[in-house]
Design a protein around this ligand. Sequence first.
Ligand SMILES: [Zn+2]
Ligand SMILES: [Zn+2]
Length: 1010
Amino acid sequence: AVFLKLLSELDGIKNAALLIIGVDLNGRVPPNYMGVTGSVELGEPDYAGWAFVDTLANLGAWIPSTYESVHSGDSETYRHPSATAHRIDFIALGGRATLGDTDSWVNPQFDNGSPNVDHHMLQVKCSGAIDNNREGRRLWRPRYDRDRMATQEGRTALHEALCAYEHPGWEVPADQHCQRLQTFLADTLETLFPAEKHASRASYIPDIVWDLRRAKNHFKARVRHRRQMWQDAVSRAFRQWHREEDYDVDYLVAREGLMYNLAAAAINTATSRIKKILNVAKNDSMRKIATEGHQGVIQQERDDIWLNYFGEQEMGERLEVANFIEAYKNSGTPSIVENYRSLFISSFLGKSYHKTLRTLIGPEIEQLLHPLHCGTRQSTPVAFPGIYVLAALRKLARDGRSCATLYVDTKAAYYKVVRDLATGCIDSDAQVISLFRAFGLDDEDLHDMMATIRRGGMIAAAGVNSQLRHAIKDLHPRTWFVTTYHGGGALCWSKAGSRPGESFADVIYAFIYSRVLYRVHEHLVAEELNFTVEWEADAGVFPTGQGGTTEQAWEATWADDSAYVVEDECPNRLVAKARRVGALVLSVLTSHGMQPNLRPGKTSFMVQLRGPGSTTTRRKYFNRGKAALTIPDLALEIPTVCQYRHLGGVIDLKMTFKPEVRHRLAVASQAYESAKKLLLHNKDLELPTRVALFEITVATSYFNLALWKPSGPAWTSLCAGHARLVRKLLTRNVDHALLFKVPLPLIMWVTKCLPIDLLAKTQRLSLLVSLVQAAPGLLWGVLQEEKDWMATVREDLRWATSGREKHWPMLGVQAWPDWWRVLHDSPQRLKRLVKCRLVEEQEARIIPEATELCLWAMARTLRETAEHVGRTVVWQCRQCKVGFDTKASLSVHYFKKHGRVAMYRLFTQGTKCRACGTECWSEGRLAAHLRAAPLCVGALQAAGCRADRLAPGFGSRVRRKSDVEQYTPAATERDESGGLPGVAPTWHPSVVEAYNEICDIIQDELALPY
Ligand SMILES: [Zn+2]
Ligand SMILES: [Zn+2]
């Protein structure tokens, strides 16, 4: 009875990973008990034996020693004094582990130490795998009843509890103080506002889904052992067939198969019901999120929605947090540690505290930073420094003045900063001095810095009171970090850096950096290297050009990213100025312990030389093809580039925006790709929902449209590129082959996606609002002098108010104060108007576009029929008998089909023209030279100077890349000594080839005997 009770207890362990039962049963088991015993029979089965195998069957366990194929040798484990042998000891195996090879034998040699040798040891050896896909540990995420917290009673209770908090003594270190407070807060909230047990988890998933899901999962767990059934049945059937023994396959398939199908049907039904309900709910909620913003669901719940729901549905891969924390910068080799950035992880308590301090220091930041020092102060969008640089460059280009832009990049700016310079001495003077020494400061600079630090750093200089300053200082002693490979042992105690990721990092950095910027600016003004603009304060977007207040120019700064614009009428003077500015910026940065990054693509000059004297200047400063500006004061060079990625957008030398189009569209299609699987191509979502999601996932990557000129080739290709992305949304609705024939205007019309030009209008108008709210006079002045942007904005305002002119101020300089008041005091009014007008505009465009489409279709049909009438084809390939409309398409055909290239490309090699001796300094410029100089090509042809390899064609990717790499402002130089006399080029090799072939044929014919 005790034994039977024990057996019944075993039921609870059948889900163990591995189950091994060893028993001196003192009973005999029946053979051929399906799934438990095999055919090895020994002794008459008895009651204990039957009870044991029944239990094992229930547990899913089996006895290896009863199977012929598993057990070897004798089976008896007990020898009675009367010399009869019995099999009464057993080992049974079970559990969820997958077992492979198993051997079983009796080892009579083993001495078990008992006085009379009666039992022999039974041994089992098996190998296999233990399945450990079990849910790991979970992050502790306390939940509280927030609704109750927000009630009046809740507030009162919380207030009382907080008042009762006993502050630790002053001797308690800050870390422990924080920990104590956190524990106190967590405990208090847990007692006062315990979360409801079965609060629904995601706002949009109906309760019934959770119930169904719970029931389904419960049932699934109960029938889990059936999952393997068919695989098992197959191998069993094969074995039965192979050995010609009966393994009960018929019975198994009939009974267990029915049970399996029954269970599977139940699960499938539940799943499809859940899916149906969810699809409806999801579609509704996604559209709501995309159009109106999220409906009262907070971050934490959102995480649950996304992880629980999408994770389960999309077979999501849940990664270890550590894999995410290792923040790869997405460029460069992943195996190099430099290509990672550090992450700051903080508690809620820490975050709130930092934010509180930050709010307190807000006014001083506002006051300290210079007008175009953006990023740290409020309501200054990244478009401010961006459009400042562009507007200045456009204005100078229009006026034909030479200019140079210095883009400054600092190595590990936020990490390698001596924070004491902002806050005053944190630890000890000795430590600060050793830091500055490590950053390479000389004695004079060191003295200067130490004086500032002793006075309380830049924070004190900004007029922050000392209590606040010390509180800020207290955020920084004994800072440390660990890595993702951290094993609980070593950590790094960091002594410099602003702790990027924390809300205070940019404040610390901004305070220190502002010192650098002021220092440079003082020099620029004193040495007359700066320029000024006229700001008509009362004119706004309606400048009269009659002059206003003079504003000193500043560099444009966003966080640690600065751009200095230098200009002059005379190219020679400009380069001299640029050199001096470069020297100043670099030396002031270094004297503050910051290291300018002079690698290619980092700190660079973009030089535009215009007007008389520019070639002489190029010869003087960029001799021998040099692509860098020497700074003699510091004995180093700053590279000169033809394009630079500034604040997320690419600025090119000629301001065509063509590199930016490629960059922008690449970013957008990357955004599309990453949102495609889950959202944009999700077959459960309707088209309007997917379009709304497109607007928030993809269209937001065009963040700098306000800076663009809404016309010209670059703009057109951006618009078309965007429309092509929109077209992908219809992949699920339109047949693939047909989709690419649908005209783009029709795509925009069907999807109702906002086209780029309307997106740009919205962005320009919202930038206008930001300008009114926060822009300094300097930025206004530059835009007023540049004129074009303001003209576009006036046009936008006219568009926005059209049909509603009565309710809005007039469009004229006299009405600017009214506009200013509207934009400043009620920006929402303009926002609502724009939203309204966008819908109207899209509606209004349908009819004209539809008309044009119809006309286009008619024209096409007409042309197709006209072709039969006989149309003269000017450009044709005689070899293939195909005609083309343009010379360009014929040459594309020649190249693609016949590998034929233009003459000059056959002779383009290196950077110097071997015919006339012109040194071009880059392959691209040599190609351009030869394209324009047929006499040189002829001379090269006559001399037989064919290139070893074919130079890339104009507009090709390789050409673009090498043009950027080999760019130099250096002027071409002519070497008069050598060279070949110019010759008119003769036939193209393909013509020669054709000629030869014709000759061959004719001669062959001639050779034929008549
Ligand atoms: Zn052809
Ligand atoms: Zn030449």
